[in-house]
Structure formats: C-alpha cells, structure tokens
Design a protein around this ligand. Structure first.
Ligand SMILES: CC(C)(COP(=O)(O)OP(=O)(O)OC[C@H]1O[C@@H](n2cnc3c(N)ncnc32)[C@H](O)[C@@H]1OP(=O)(O)O)[C@@H](O)C(=O)NCCC(=O)NCCS
Length: 153
C-alpha cells in the first residue's frame, strides 16, 4: 500500500532499504480490509526523538478518520516509550492531519524530488518533570517532582 500510494516510482526493495528495522507499524482495517497504514521509530535527531513515516490511506477509504486513528496509535506508542519529540516530513496536502493531532510546523516548505512540497511537522511532549519547592508545615523546604501539564507556561 505504501508503495502504491506514496512511492510508485520505487520498487519494494528500494522502499525497504530506506526504512528502519525497529519500527512500530499500525494498520487500520475496514472489515477485513487494510485501508490505512503508518509507522513510527526512534531516530537519531535528538534524545527522545521519534519519526513518523509511511502514512497512507487507500483512496476509496479517505476522509473517514482512518489516518487520524493510525496517527493517534503511533503517537500513543511513542509517548509510552517516553518520546519527547515526534516529527515527520509531511506532504503539504496532509498538513491538516498532523495539525489536528497537535503537530506544528518546524520548517519552511521544501521540495522532495518526485514527491513534491513538504514541511517538517513536530509534536512535542508537554508533560515535563518539574521540581517544586514546597513549604511544609514544619517550616522546612521540601523538594518534590510532579508531572503537571506545563503547556500554559
Ligand atoms: C493524507 C492521508 C494519509 C489522510 O488519510 P485519511 O484516512 O483520509 O485521513 P482522515 O480521514 O483521518 O482525515 C482526512 C480528513 O477526513 C476528515 N475526517 C476525519 N474523520 C472523519 C470522519 N469520521 N468522518 C468524516 N470525515 C472525517 C478529517 O476532517 C480530515 O479532513 P482535513 O484533513 O481536511 O481536516 C491520505 O489522504 C493519503 O494517503 N494521501 C496520499 C499520501 C499522503 O499524502 N500521505 C501523507 C504523507 S505525509
């Protein structure tokens, strides 16, 4: 499906050469039929960095939330592995898919030969360990970590 939808100019062997072996892949089924796919894998951009690739939905199954569900599962997996950054080279027509999932643009538009215009899209973990200073009833200072949402900071 990824070859047919994303890279018809490449053979399966060429596709395979560009893909990590430690990827987590997700497929969405409509009845018994596989209609959408995608995968996510750690990459070496930075510590805690993961990359989403290969998002594709069969043309006849688009606009029904299949890719949204696949992306949600990929993000869930990466988060469970403590991902701090999840990124992808997003095709411009697919930008809204990533935007709805909380990704934001991380680059200007750029052109990939034979594929078209792209933007780097990035999702960042918003929950961070934070150390707070709390005055206890005994008047002493106590340090403790918590896991609060710092998205508003
Ligand atoms: C991009 C792509 C993967 C999206 O797949 P999809 O399964 O159609 O995606 P979704 O259905 O989750 O979302 C697409 C639209 O359907 C709408 N939608 C989502 N759930 C829906 C539902 N339950 N009912 C009706 N519409 C729905 C969304 O609003 C969305 O519209 P928007 O993106 O304009 O906001 C698909 O178009 C594709 O394979 N394109 C070619 C390859 C490609 O560009 N891949 C991405 C590479 S980065």
């Amino acid at each position: 499906m990824r070859q047919a939808v994303l890279r018809p100019h490449q053979s399966l062997a060429e596709l395979e050469r560009g893909e990590p072996t430690n990827a987590f892949a997700v497929g969405a089924l409509s009845g018994q039929e596989l209609v959408a796919v995608g995968f996510v894998a750690p990459d070496d951009r930075s510590a805690g960095s993961w990359r989403v690739r290969g998002m594709a939905t069969l043309p006849q199954a688009r606009g029904q939330g299949a890719a949204t569900a696949v992306l949600d599962a990929l993000l869930g997996h990466a988060q469970a592995q403590n991902a701090q950054l999840v990124w992808c080279n997003a095709r411009v027509p697919a930008l809204s898919l990533y935007g709805r999932a909380g990704f934001v643009a991380g680059s200007e538009r750029f052109e990939l030969p034979r594929i078209g215009p792209h933007v780097v899209m990035e999702w960042r973990a918003q929950r961070r360990q934070r150390r707070d200073i709390v005055r206890t009833s005994g008047g002493e200072l106590d340090l403790h970590g918590d896991d609060r949402d710092l998205s508003g900071f």
